[in-house]
Design a protein around this ligand. Sequence first.
Ligand code: SIN
Length: 280
Amino acid sequence: MIQETLTVEKLPGCGAMVHDVDLARIDARMADVLREALFERGVLFFRGQTLSRQQHLDLARAFAPIDINRFFPADADWPEIAKVEKTKEQTSNIGGGWHTDHSYDVEPALGSILVARDLPPSGGDTLFADMYAAWDSLPAELQDRVRHMQAIHSTAHVFGEGGAYANSDQDALSGSRDLPETVHPVVIKHPGSGKPVLYVNPAFTTGFVGLSKEEGQELLYQLLPHAIDKSRTYTFQWEPGSVAIWDNRATWHFAKNDYHGHYRLMHRVTMAGVPLEPAF
Ligand code: SIN
């Protein structure tokens, strides 16, 4: 039976809460409704879901083919499901800084579906920031400066030998020889909505074409406060049964690391994207 009752509640700052939908029973028409809401709001949240591993994969495939992250450990026997895990003993988490996933790929992933599997008693929230609004909020001079620029996105400093994860107790994410680097427009035309989006991020953007490393860092620091202004972010508190679907092209996210001594396990399935075009 087609689910007719779904409502999309716009949240302050970023994203939307979707009510009255069972993600385990999504059909093509419902996927179209959710895709449109996702491209509009950047991230969708759901409560009270009961997705099995297979249903998690089926849901992702209703949006796009699956893109397996080359760095993350997979769930046993489920190579398409990445584990985002922090044990009681670990002090570092995964994704504990503002970023958007896969910007280093030639065809960056559309987004991910994160399912809460085991949560700490408190903490472990995820913050999301709206990159449509970030672009709109830039002062005109800064917009003019970056409008036609291109940025370099890399991985070695995060996932490579001696990179950020290698120097942490999440070192299982490091040591890959496959360390992509690519270039994308700083302002992309969102492939789904057609709107301009600021497409750089502090984790993987390592430079700008035509600027020195120092000039690039300076530019990134100028853009950062606009991107993460509180008025354009939303903090999602996870509960058992919570699911988030985010669009990597339209948002950044940040997993808070404030639950030391407790276990947290999320299952992440990532959906394939398309090449990105400049907005202007
Ligand atoms: C991630 O960056 O994909 C992790 C998000 C989270 O664990 O909340």
